[in-house]
Ligand binder design. Structure first.
Ligand code: ZN
Length: 223
């Protein structure tokens, strides 16, 4: 890593990507960090507003990239208005209905193209294997294969960083505290039901609450 290395953080407006933003600012210097948010037709538009506010609060740029095609594929609870979270037991392979097939692969491929155009060598994403949902596109093996593909396909030295890959939610909250990003957590959005204040009952809210509880830290979003 050279001193002038630049990084782009995929910022969803959630707790994990916000922690990653502060990780990147700490590692690369905030003046060399920018953020990218995908408008992928998510039902909860609040996520995009949250990402904008978080970037502004952190003093970094934010670009919203429209890639509104997932809803046309249909069948997942995050983009399909006919399905509600938890209303079905998941698909044939046992994945929850919040799984949007290929989402992270597509996000990171667009992020790599965005980075390439701007001479940015580092991509930072908040994916984690320890996430309860077990999304296969969040796993380390997927990320390693994708990095290889992007390096080959773009003839670049692009690196994908996944600082949360092996952290529990508790450890992620502790990292957020270490990085002094707790204040920004008040601006994040986690709830699968799109509620603000959060519903406290959906799987995403429950997981978030558990992480803060186990870390012994009050969640600034609800306190
Ligand atoms: Zn919720």
């Amino acid at each position: 890593m050279t001193k002038s290395s630049k990084a782009v953080v995929v910022l969803s407006g959630g707790q994990d990507s916000t922690t990653c933003l502060y990780w990147a600012m700490d590692r690369f210097g905030s003046e060399r960090v920018t953020t990218l948010t995908f408008d992928y037709g998510q039902r909860h538009r609040i996520e995009i507003d949250c990402a904008r506010k978080i970037a502004e609060f952190a003093g970094v740029n934010n670009t919203v990239l429209p890639i509104n095609t997932f809803a046309a594929l249909g069948g997942d609870a995050l983009t399909d208005t006919k399905i509600s979270v938890g209303s079905d037991p998941g698909n044939a392979s046992g994945l929850p209905n919040t799984f949007v097939p290929g989402r992270n692969i597509i996000f990171l491929t667009f992020a790599a193209a965005f980075a390439y155009q701007r001479g940015i060598e580092h991509l930072v994403t908040g994916v984690a294997e320890t996430d309860y949902s077990g999304y296969p596109d969040c796993r380390e093996g997927t990320m390693a294969a994708l990095q290889k593909t992007l390096q080959a396909g773009m003839e670049s030295k692009l690196r994908i960083h996944t600082p949360l890959m092996h952290l529990s939610k508790q450890k992620t909250v502790e990292l957020a505290r270490e990085l002094k990003s707790l204040e920004a957590m008040a601006l994040t959005h986690t709830c699968y039901n799109g509620a603000r204040p959060p519903c406290g009952e959906c799987p995403a809210c429950v997981l978030r609450a558990k992480g803060f509880f186990e870390a012994g830290i009050a969640d600034p979003l609800v306190n």
